[in-house]
Design a binder for this molecule. Structure first.
Ligand code: ZN
Length: 211
């Protein structure tokens, strides 16, 4: 850390844990994960507006992600008129190998969204009915979010794209965690939590870029 002075640069000491700056308390012992901000860049594509607004979903996502040092940036917004893909066949929604013809067609609408960014497609519904699906072909990071999605679906699906699996099994649903497998509509005690391991995975992901 360097301090600019009139005559040059001086090395300064980082303030120790417990230092107070006015009303702020510096708590360096709480930093269990890598310091420094990362950004995940999002492109919004709208076939159908969801019932919980996109703005609300983004605010919720920022609430969870930015608290752990991952900024959420909405880069672009576009409306797509693709009625035949509005009730999207997502097959088993089981990863890159499960991507259907309809998903491949939909994800062909990145329209300049770089492969280092995540493209969000808001559709009316999926077949079978899900809140969202994060399965995408390699090199085309994408998620699908449906009209009936919860306020946490977007943050959850992008979590999958960043490499996070579900955190629980059918017998032990963890409804205070973002990556619960029991349905984000059941999340209690918001904002939902991320573990240190999950945060480190998010920051390692190719889709988070240093600010
Ligand atoms: Zn999931």
């Amino acid at each position: 850390m360097l301090e600019l002075t009139r005559s040059g640069l001086n090395a300064v000491m980082l303030a120790p844990n417990g230092t107070r700056f006015g009303d702020w308390l510096l708590s360096t012992v709480d930093n269990q994960f890598g310091i420094g901000m990362e950004t995940v860049r999002l492109h919004v594509k709208i076939l159908t507006e969801p019932s919980v607004s996109i703005e609300q979903m983004l605010v919720n996502m920022q609430w969870v992600y930015e608290a752990v040092g991952v900024r959420v940036q909405r880069v672009s917004t576009e409306t797509l008129n693709l009625p035949l893909l509005n009730d999207l066949d997502v097959g088993t929604c089981g990863g890159a190998a499960s991507v259907t013809t309809e998903q491949t067609e939909l994800f062909g609408n990145r329209n300049g969204g770089p492969t280092t960014d995540v493209v969000l497609y808001f559709v009316r519904s999926t077949q079978p009915p899900l809140n969202g699906c994060a399965a995408h072909p390699d090199g085309e990071p994408s998620v699908v979010v449906t009209q009936g999605a919860s306020g946490w679906t977007l943050a959850h699906e992008v979590g999958h794209v960043l490499g996070l699996p579900h955190c629980d099994g059918p017998g032990s649903r963890l409804f205070d965690r973002l990556m619960t497998g029991g349905g984000t509509a059941n999340i209690s005690n918001p904002p939902p939590d991320l573990t240190v391991g999950e945060i480190n995975q998010m920051k390692r992901a190719k889709l988070t870029h240093p600010v």
